[in-house]
Design a protein around this ligand. Sequence first.
Ligand code: PLP
Length: 339
Amino acid sequence: MADAPDPFSSPFGTLFGDQMTVATGGPDGYVYSGAAQPLENFSMHPGTHVLHYASSCFEGLKAHAQADGSLAIFRLDDHVARFRNSIELLRMAVPETDLVRSMFIDAATANASHTPPAPGSLYLRPTLIGSDLNIGAAASPSTSTLLYVLTSPVGDYFPGGVRPLSILIETSIPRTTPQFGSVKSGANYAMALGPTLDAKAEHQVDQVLFATDGDTTETGAANFFLIDDDTLVTRHLDSSFLHGITRSSILTMATDLGYRIEERALPAAEIHERAHDTEMFLSGTAAVIAPVGTLIIDGSQTAVRDGQPGPNTLRLREALVAVQTGSADDPHGWRTTVG
Ligand SMILES: *Cc1c(COP(=O)(O)O)cnc(C)c1O
């Protein structure tokens, strides 16, 4: 990729590594060649299950160039486990942990030379789709599957520095159905799109924070936190929203740094009341930690503190990036060196 486009000036997810890993699955298990292969198009019958019944799920994780020149995947085993859980919730054949793990590692290793330096990274996009040829299978899962791991060299999610986001708090329209919220599936994104586009058009916000009947969960693609000098607050886990691995990393690191942790119900009214003196941020693999500077509640605008990224938010962000990129110790064993 000598004259390849620059990931730092290309939108996130628009460039691809030239190698991928692929396996096919069915009732008798999965078949994987054991090595990466050149990225190429799939040829698919128009009646393939995934094209009709959304039998698909994915993962998103990053491999970071380390200070010592090696490459390390962040929280590999947690992403493998969550991917298998999504597949199970979609009632498709669940591949063995070791196979999934090898396919993630092989894809990262084969594309290691395309990894941009920090703050860039190699984003991995494992995907599973239902490949049965059957348009009458609305009420049954796909028994055959295609599993593949795509990679994308990515730059900084916030070119030019971290930017405070504005979010609208949506208390009536849900993001997705409560029983499907923890599946990392494209169908959930499709459902959140309408309310998010409407909010962007009407209020010029960056994201929508879903708080159905006042019960705050997450935005369309990121978990939500409150933090002050003592305490970090986020919604307790249940099936209604995605269990972010960045969320989990933040809870562990904040505990290590001496913050008190509250995982509990988070009423939209509390977010409103505390905006004048409490920092707020979003978390996810792509943006890591994104400060919230402005809220839109019931059509009116409220600044979060002075509207700028707060010190506790930036402290957590720096601590997390330091573990990801190998400039800090890794006491919890979150890095897997692959090349
Ligand atoms: C992937 C995702 C997140 C963030 O999860 P991370 O593991 O931190 O990347 C949050 N919400 C939704 C809906 C997601 O799909």
